[in-house]
Ligand binder design. Structure first.
Ligand code: ME8
Length: 647
């Protein structure tokens, strides 16, 4: 039986578009999940949206929408974003789903029946943004929220309380008995001192607004949003439902459960949640990892400051690997990190394009040039054996260190271990000067040994990169023709694959980013100025409306698409334009994969004289924009019917 691994992100507030900071938690969890999968775990990865509460009700009002419509829309944005980022969550829980609401109702009623929840009344300073009460001494500058700095309001209401105080000592004991329950250590210390300072019972219901889960036995109360939200981690597994098999498998009998959260929500997860579980009689199975925050040079990301950066913008321009690589690498373990366009460009260029990309392409071209692509493990000793042996030893050390770091949630350090291995491999080229060895027939076997070491070391690095460079690692395996049995974590042994047959072109991992162009581009994204760099605009000679009306533009839908058999830059599309399904050859292969285009609604020049392009018939042209050399197709709304005239 495989060991289980259950990992969760917090469920996100549906308050708008998700910036790179919010994407961090999810990318981090996705990377860890892929790592555990490679280690042979049976993984389950949960994320979702936290859709109740006054803040959401107000956001919906501000958007002129009903709360449910508002949250439906944002939950769909979240799901689209995770898809775009290739996040492999197994489930997406929304707190407005009946499967969740029924569980929260039962949890509340059980705790009430047990007298762990009781009715009382409360008066205090309430922050709507953070959905939390603060005492007078906690407030900043008079009546400001200590967390977000917004004004708090004095609220008095009848409310239910959860007896936190009753569980204070048990919680402290639990933290002491389980030293790795909360990491990093500094966060644990924060929690311990907070608990030791004394826990007040927590107000867990509200009567001032409607948008939440009603307490079944007293429906003028809605359940406090944190009691509601935290329950998602088990409601999504079917806890207290007719089928709780996932709950039994991944939680009760599960081997590892991990909640990853940002430092801002530490207290809720390290204090309220374990106390809720203790009161419910549910075992505390989870480990909590609290990460720091992505900041900008001038502080927190905010639209009004003009310093927000969104993940979809970076992914659309640079691809998945640069984004995912950067985002999980740049935040140091436990601490905060700063996003800057300069660092983004230089990290991608240095670590992926230079260190890894060049190593791969140099090694492949040497294997082909000197050995026709076939390189075997050579066993006898030679003058460079010491260098090779150093590389082999270092690879073993880095693999061990990487694994230890990943197991402690130190993904950024684990990635540095791969960089160390890649750089040591590059050094072997400098130490041995393969081009000089190639000049002497007597040193060809020495050369073969060196290149073998380069190849096998690249294989190891590509395995270690599998959870991170999710597109580039498979490309490397393909180029080196590494069979599946040598791609897994159990194949992380130097010398396991005895022979390489390399015929392919060196894979084009990632293009080098032109700092002079890309840094201003990212800066302009941050200011929200434009999606693309400014282009020089030169308008062509005037035409009349009659001239224009000669062009027959139609809405079409792409029904299929494949690569052109003889031209790498061209794609062959079949487009339904109402009159017929036409073949169109288009020079967009650099920018779109065939499968990305199928189903797209586009605009076609339908009366363009048919031509053959590299042997394939093209009956029209599709409209696209050119933004500094990047081609983007003009998409039509699917509200238009196929064949509609565009004028
Ligand atoms: O807190 N850098 O949701 P949320 C790094 N609904 N991480 C950041 C960040 C930044 N700049 N900004 C946000 C909530 N995050 C609750 C959770 S769970 C039962 C309920 C992280 O949408 C943040 O720390 O405000 C949190 O981990 C996640 O994004 C969602 O935050």
């Amino acid at each position: 039986m495989k060991k289980t691994f259950y990992i969760t992100t917090p469920i996100y507030y549906p308050s708008g578009k998700f910036h790179i900071g919010s994407a961090y938690t999810t990318c981090f969890c996705d990377t860890l999940t892929r790592y555990k999968q490679l280690q042979g775990f049976d993984t389950r990865f949960l994320t979702g949206t936290d859709e109740h509460g006054l803040k959401i009700q107000q956001a919906a009002e501000a958007a002129g929408k009903k709360p449910q419509d508002h949250v439906d829309y944002i939950a769909s944005l979240a799901q689209d974003l995770w898809k775009l980022l290739a996040v492999q969550n197994d489930d997406f829980i929304r707190t407005t789903e009946p499967r969740h609401e029924r569980v929260v109702e039962q949890i509340f009623e059980q705790l009430l029946a047990q007298d762990d929840i009781y009715l009382g009344s409360y008066s205090g300073h309430y922050c709507v943004q953070d959905e939390a009460y603060f005492t007078q001494t906690q407030l900043k500058d008079g009546n400001l929220c200590p967390d977000c700095g917004r004004e708090t309001k004095i609220v008095q209401e009848e409310t239910y309380f959860l007896r936190l105080s009753k569980y204070q000592d048990t919680l402290l004991q639990f933290i002491e008995d389980n030293p790795d329950f909360i990491t990093p250590e500094t966060r644990k210390n924060e929690v311990v001192s907070f608990v030791k300072s004394g826990l007040n019972d927590l107000s867990v219901s509200r009567t001032a607004f409607e948008w939440g889960i009603k307490v079944p036995s007293n429906p003028k109360h809605v359940v406090y949003v944190w009691i509601d939200a935290l329950s998602n981690y088990i409601s999504a597994l079917g806890y207290k439902s007719t089928d709780d098999s996932l709950y039994q498998k991944y939680w009760v009998e599960g081997n590892e459960v991990v909640h990853v959260v940002g430092k801002d929500i530490l207290r809720f997860h390290a204090i309220y949640w374990p106390i809720m579980l203790m009161a419910l009689g549910v075992p505390i199975k989870f480990k909590l990892f609290a990460h720091g925050w992505y900041m900008m040079k001038d502080g927190k990301m905010s639209k009004s400051k003009g310093n927000v950066i969104y993940p979809d913008q970076l992914v659309q321009r640079y691809g998945l690997d640069p984004f995912r690589y950067y985002i999980v690498k740049e935040l140091p373990y436990g601490g905060d990190g700063v996003f800057t366009p300069e660092d983004f460009v230089s990290r991608v260029n240095t670590e992926i394009v230079n260190d890894l990309g060049n190593l791969v392409s140099r090694t492949i071209s040497m294997a082909k040039k000197y050995f026709n692509g076939t390189v075997r493990q050579v066993t006898h000793h030679h003058e460079f054996s010491t260098f090779e042996q150093q590389l082999v030893t270092l690879s073993g050390e880095m693999i061990a260190s990487y694994t230890a770091q990943m197991d402690e949630f130190k993904i950024s350090q684990a990635m540095s271990d791969i960089t160390t291995l890649v750089n040591r491999t590059n050094k072997l080229i400098d130490e041995t000067s393969p081009w000089a060895l190639a000049k002497d027939p007597n040193t060809m076997d020495v050369l073969e040994s060196v290149i073998y070491h380069l190849l096998d070391s690249i294989r190891l690095a590509a395995i270690l990169y599998r959870p991170i460079l999710i597109e580039s690692s498979p490309k490397i395996f393909e180029a080196l023709q590494v069979e599946e049995q040598y791609q897994g974590f159990d194949a992380l042994v130097f010398g396991l694959k005895k022979e390489y047959i390399v015929n392919a072109q060196a894979p084009h991992l990632l293009p080098r980013l032109d700092a002079e162009k890309e840094i201003p581009f990212i800066q302009s994204l941050m200011k929200g100025e434009s999606k693309a760099p400014k282009v020089e605009v030169i308008i062509k000679d005037e035409i009349t409306i009659e001239d224009f009306s000669k062009i027959d533009l139609r809405v079409g839908k792409v029904v299929s698409c494949e690569k052109h058999p003889n031209a790498a830059k061209l794609l062959l599309l079949k487009v339904d334009t109402g009159d017929k399904v036409r073949s169109i050859v288009s020079g967009i292969a650099e920018f779109y994969k065939p499968e990305d285009l199928v189903g797209k609604w586009i605009v076609v020049v339908a009366n363009l004289k048919p031509v053959k392009l590299r042997g394939e018939l093209s009956e029209g042209m599709i409209l696209a924009g050119d933004s500094a050399g990047k081609i983007v197709i003009i998409e039509a709304s699917s509200d238009l019917s196929i064949g509609s005239m565009v004028k």
